[in-house]
Design a protein around this ligand. Sequence first.
Ligand SMILES: Cc1ncc(C[n+]2csc(CCOP(=O)(O)OP(=O)(O)O)c2C)c(N)n1
Ligand SMILES: [Mg+2]
Length: 661
Amino acid sequence: MPTQRRLANAIRALAMDAVEAANSGHPGMPMGMADAATALFTRHLKYDPADPHWPDRDRFVLSAGHGSMLIYALLHLTGYARPTMEDIRNFRQLSSPCAGHPENFMLEGVETTTGPLGQGLASAVGMAIAERHLNAVYGDDLVDHRTYVIAGDGCLMEGINHEATGLAGHLKLGRLIVLWDDNRITIDGSTDLSRKEDVLARHEAMGWHTVECDGMDSAKVSKAIDEAVADERPSLIRCKTIIGYGAPNKQGTAATHGAALGADEVAAARKELGWDLPPFEIPDDVAQAWREAGSRGASVRAAWEQRLAASDRAGEFTDRMAGKLDDGWLKPYVDGLLSDPPKVATRKASEMALEAINAAVPATIGGSADLTGSNNTKTKGMQALTAENYGGRYIYYGIREFGMAAAMNGMALHGGVLPYGGTFLVFSDYSRPAIRLGALQTAKVIHVMTHDSIGLGEDGPTHQPIEHLQSLRAMPGLHVYRPCDAVETAECWAAALANKGPSLLALSRQNLAPLRTSAASQNLSARGAYRLKSAEAARKVILIATGSEVEIAVAVARSLEDRGIGADVVSMPCTEAFDAQDAAYREDILPDVSNREILRVSIEAGTTFGWERYTGLHGLRIGIDRFGASAPAPDLYEHFGLTAPKITERVLAHMNIREIA
Ligand SMILES: Cc1ncc(C[n+]2csc(CCOP(=O)(O)OP(=O)(O)O)c2C)c(N)n1
Ligand SMILES: [Mg+2]
């Protein structure tokens, strides 16, 4: 039986050889943490390479994503179908799932994409929340697992670490266990250059259990993990390691962090480690021992499968983990709205829709970053999810927008829950890195962002989004919805629930008139844009508006029609969804954009940047290309020229029609 050290050396060899072959990558971290990872994967982690989706597996997050070769080596050695040795040989090449940083959409066994430091750990907090919640709902028989993280100095230095550890400590997520690769090295050199704090004391102050060990001794790491498992608080295990361990001339230095070691140093490391095989070859005894470690979980999974089969909630559980949702709430809810169309803010309309959704979809877990009453995210009877009641469905995230968004990604990736969380749209800047990482991963999260324009009024320019909508629309994979009334808000919620990946709802603070007052045969908002009103006179103008400005567009159209100028009003709640429609539909709504006979006008209380996409360069773009101001909302709309008379004037001027007084 090979020693644990020899098993770890297989990881070291693969890491340095793959980085050498690619002449790119990060050998230091996998070589330093190889012993700790060996302890985790051979003795503690619950997993079965034969079924990477087994719902009750432990989750493993390599938060220090630059050390991707660590997880590739582990998945390969323990017997996952991929990566093959060929995949590893092609590390960092286009053909290989062994990408520069681990991508959850390229390899089963990679629970979450990591690379932006700190976010893996913050997402792991969400995984641990999802686990406790589902445990509360389904019991120990079906849900009883842990979340393990390997994090580096960078993950613990990033600001998001404060939000994530604060949340985990507060929620007493005792099944979250973080192994800190304490190698005292980052890219610039020693951590002494930039860090003085007592990291363990900081975690302890936040309600964590901490323990230290020699990270180069897998038996000691194993003992520390046992201690962490026994403690009911989240745990931070300080693994004292040597970066690049095994490379005799470079270990312990930043030189091993992010570059190939070089042929001479690799040869010297082979000698040092007693590893005499050529690159990408694993000795039989080592391969065999790793496979055995990887098969530890098979019987555990079989027992779980039996418990599932015996459970009278098996079907419900399986559907829920598969993300099946009931959309039967939409039609009766919209019918109700149409019978008595309300004039409400879309944030209020969102709350009304959520009343129906939360009743119909038990998987939703709502929350807000301390703006519950403003975001309207908590529906009647929702209990808080707390350390004492994990079964609750509402999370008080505190003022932690980034932590909330990252945790929601983790919850979504865990599966079985559908997170939505609120803040002000302007603070999407605080959560943006997690919105982006969620979009990259197709994590099904719904960001509820209220106070979506100058329409929020008196709080002024710090709180008034300007560039936010367009910059979020520029993000691949994110659906941004900006509904104009209560019916559209319900439709946008339904569309968001049907999306595979993340959605963002931009909602008004101010009340909006009902514009959709008759029944539609389909979810019009899901098409991204649709004709809300058709030109009566010969069509000369198409007014394209979103959210609170649709009401203004309707008034502009009326005054144009009064002058004999036919005007369509196109409501465009979601540009991404519209762009995905077939050409015939797009052509019907916005015909030939180069046709100068028809003037296209965009109206949105935000930047005009990018609206040429729908107006054409010769079109007219009405918006706000400066920061807002502090005043009551109607005064601001007047001040920034966003009123029907002012816009009508600009449209007429653009058409070269002089008003006859
Ligand atoms: C948010 C973010 N900032 C910067 C980087 C670039 N970066 C990658 S690794 C690294 C150093 C991290 O140090 P540590 O976590 O100690 O890793 P080690 O050098 O020990 O492997 C940096 C700055 C990043 N990936 N993410
Ligand atoms: Mg480090």
